[in-house]
Write a protein that binds this ligand. Structure first.
Ligand code: 5GP
Length: 200
């Protein structure tokens, strides 16, 4: 694979253009990207975005990708393919067959409720160098749940990659203040009046 090491602008141009073309603003600061990320998925865009994340973490040692089901799974698999590592996805329901697991509670931004998530200790282990990937960063609840699980496992958090960050919510600021390397391919400063304004 030919990976150009030059970094692009803050906003990865192919994603920014696609959001402007197909993204839909909903009430309450929600961006709908169902036609290319969250329901129907464009594999070519996913591939380009994954290569961009690989570039942004080119200096990090990554043993494993972690994400939360369901919307993080597609970007996580594509990224893991390029990095040639495994993906583990945190589950939202405890499977009857899973013991030996770590659990935490996450508040859902879209469903406005708390839910318990879990991951097997077999797949998130002491010393693993883990990169978290998700579709959106809003208030950082999902990210905080992942941090808790990684700490419980005594694994190492390499950083966090998001396709879309909404910087008018607090997640990105708080995570960066914690010293975490956070990379977002599109950063949206405002969705006020249903107008999409990117960080420039
Ligand atoms: P957080 O946990 O950072 O508050 O919210 C991130 C999670 O909520 C993501 O995993 C994503 O599924 C969902 N989410 C947050 N904001 C949006 C949004 O504007 N659009 C969509 N489609 N999902 C969002």
């Amino acid at each position: 694979m030919d990976i150009d090491t030059k970094l692009d602008t803050i906003n990865f141009p192919p994603l920014k253009e696609r959001i402007l073309k197909n993204g839909i603003c909903l009430e309450g600061g929600i961006l709908k990207v169902d036609s290319f990320i969250n329901h129907q998925i464009d594999p070519n865009l996913l591939k380009e975005m994954s290569i961009e994340i690989v570039k942004r973490f080119a200096n990090s040692k990554i043993d494993k990708i972690i994400t939360i089901e369901a919307s993080g799974i597609a970007p996580a698999i594509m990224l893991a393919f390029f990095l040639n590592v495994n993906v583990v996805f945190v589950k939202k329901k405890k499977p009857a067959t899973m013991d030996n697991m770590l659990t935490t509670t996450v508040y859902s931004f879209t469903k406005k409720t708390n839910y318990d998530v879990c991951v097997s200790k077999d797949f998130l282990a002491k010393g693993d160098n883990v990169l978290f990937v998700d579709d959106f960063l809003a208030n950082g609840h999902a990210a905080n749940g992942i941090i808790d699980l990684i700490n419980q496992a005594q694994a190492n958090l390499v950083g966090m990659a998001f396709l879309i960050e909404k910087s008018f919510q607090e997640g990105g600021k708080k995570l960066r203040e914690m010293g975490i390397k956070v990379e977002s391919l599109a950063i949206i400063d405002s969705l006020d009046n249903c107008e999409i304004k990117f960080k420039e």
